[in-house]
Design a protein around this ligand. Structure first.
Ligand SMILES: C[S@@+](CC[C@H](N)C(=O)[O-])C[C@H]1O[C@@H](n2cnc3c(N)ncnc32)[C@H](O)[C@@H]1O
Length: 257
């Protein structure tokens, strides 16, 4: 099984560019088993053959292996703390460059755009958002969601963020969509942007091996300007932030020294 997994990782990388060897192995194996069971496929070599001959299945498997569940204002309480820290940063320096890394289908950068549009002049900030999954990025660019994504929003916020477009579908308003530029970026492979003031990298590194986590955190820290902020997910504390030139300002928020 271990050899099969290694060979699967090698060939999956050739097919998709995604390096599963940097992901938590037991988690990746569990997801592969779930995919196999759904397709009634007995082994990883057989799954590989199925993926090679079915591009739609390959895309779906990328999504399942990279895990792109998300929602607007995920962990709402932390967003308030985050907003306070962004306000403090904005009092010292403007304009601000934000990067939502691992943005999935866009709910996170659009939440950020809504937060900022109510906080700072539009000319004072830009938001870039990236993900490894092209499929997630397609959804993000379209900005169309069902009300399942709204559970953290009040009715008033929902009406300020979305236009109803029928069939229980809602589109993020133009003025918010225009605030976010999406691009494909693999945190394990690609060069990182520079001179970023605030990185949101939430619920992404949790799926990586410890070694890949360390590399990604070092590279994010290098991408930040001194005094810049890193906003992590609800189960992603950094135990020794000083190792990355970071200081903890709150449980999930770190500042570049
Ligand atoms: C669970 S979602 C998190 C989405 C959002 N940040 C949030 O907190 O709700 C994880 C996202 O990380 C992306 N991802 C996984 N591996 C990645 C990689 N190597 N580089 C960039 N993004 C990656 C997945 O495609 C997925 O969209």
């Amino acid at each position: 099984m271990s050899d099969d997994f290694q060979e699967f990782v090698r060939q999956f990388k050739a097919l998709t560019d995604i390096d599963l060897s940097c992901y938590n192995k037991p988690q990746a194996l569990r997801r592969l088993t779930a995919i196999r069971q759904k397709l009634r496929i007995d082994s990883l070599p057989e799954l590989l053959e199925a993926l090679k001959s079915d591009p739609a299945l390959l895309k779906e498997s990328v999504d399942r292996l990279t895990i792109n569940v998300t929602e607007f204002f995920r962990d709402r309480d932390y967003w308030q703390v985050f907003k306070d820290n962004v306000a403090q940063l904005a009092a010292r320096t403007l304009p601000l460059r934000f990067w939502s890394a691992g943005c999935a289908s866009g709910e996170e950068p659009y939440s950020l755009a809504y937060m900022l549009i109510n906080m700072l002049p539009r000319s004072c900030w830009v938001i870039k958002a990236s993900d490894v999954s092209n499929r997630a990025l397609e959804t993000a660019r379209e900005g169309i969601y069902t009300d399942k994504s709204f559970k953290n929003l009040t009715a008033e916020e929902t009406s300020l963020i979305f236009d109803a477009i029928g069939n229980d579908m809602y589109r993020v308003k133009n003025r918010l969509r225009q605030c976010v530029t999406f691009f494909r970026h693999d945190l394990l492979l690609d060069a990182y942007p520079r001179d970023i003031d605030v990185v949101l990298c939430r619920n992404v590194i949790i799926y990586f091996t410890d070694s890949a986590k360390r590399t990604v955190l070092s590279r994010i820290a290098a991408a930040l300007k001194p005094g810049g902020l890193l906003f992590l997910g609800g189960s992603e504390q950094i135990i020794t932030p000083a190792d990355y030139g970071l200081d903890r300002v709150d449980v999930y928020i770190y500042k570049k020294l």
